[in-house]
Write a protein that binds this ligand. Structure first.
Ligand code: UDP
Ligand code: MG
Length: 153
C-alpha cells in the first residue's frame, strides 16, 4: 500500500509560547521535518471555543485552570500535513509534563511545567480532524510542495 502522505494534524502554540516568542521556532521545526503547512493564523479564542477544544477534559480538576491559562493571550494555530503527522507531531512536542520530555522535543527544550507546556498537538487522527474543523471552519489549503519529491521515496 502507498504510504499516506496526506494525514493532517492540528498544532497550536499556546499563549505562553506566543508570549515567549516561540511561534517561529515551533513552526520551523515542523517545516524542517518535512511537513506541509496547510493553514495558519493567530487567534484569540473565546472561553466557549476553548471549552469545546478541551471538552474531553471537562471533568478533570485542572480544567478551570487550563481554560484560564489558554485565555491568557493569543494562540497560533497551524495545520500540518504529511506522513504519520499525528504521531510524529506528538513525538516532536514531547510528553505532557515537560520534565518527562526528552531534550530535543519542543517541550523538553523550552518548558518546565505541565500547566505551561507551550504547545498543543492532536492525539489521534479522529481528534485531529475534529480540531481542524473547530479551529479552521474556513478549511485548509491544497497546493503542491515541490520539496515533497525529495522528502518521500
Ligand atoms: N494539563 C494540566 N495538568 C494536568 C494535565 C494536563 O494543566 O495534570 C494541561 C496541559 O497544559 C496539557 C493540557 O492540559 O497540555 C491538555 O491535557 P492533555 O492530557 O490532553 O495533554 P496533551 O495532549 O496536551 O499532552
Ligand atoms: Mg491532549
Amino acid at each position: 500500500m502507498a504510504p499516506n502522505t496526506t494525514e493532517r494534524t492540528y498544532i497550536m502554540v499556546k499563549p505562553d509560547g506566543v508570549d515567549r516568542g516561540l511561534v517561529g521556532e515551533i513552526l520551523s521545526r515542523f517545516e524542517k521535518r518535512g511537513f506541509k503547512l496547510i493553514a495558519a493564523k493567530l487567534a484569540l479564542p473565546s472561553k466557549e471555543h476553548l471549552e469545546e477544544h478541551y471538552a474531553d477534559l471537562k471533568e478533570r480538576p485542572f480544567f478551570p485552570g487550563l481554560i484560564r491559562y489558554m485565555l491568557g493571550g493569543p494562540v497560533f494555530c497551524m495545520v500540518f500535513e504529511g506522513l504519520d503527522a499525528v504521531k510524529t507531531g506528538r513525538a516532536m512536542l514531547g510528553a505532557t509534563n515537560p520534565l518527562a520530555s526528552a531534550p530535543g522535543t519542543i517541550r523538553g527544550d523550552f518548558a518546565l511545567a505541565t500547566g505551561r507546556n507551550i504547545c498543543h498537538g492532536s492525539d489521534s487522527v479522529e481528534n485531529a480532524e475534529k480540531e481542524i474543523a473547530l479551529w479552521f471552519p474556513e478549511g485548509t489549503l491544497q497546493y503542491k510542495l515541490s520539496q515533497a519529491a525529495v522528502i518521500y521515496e
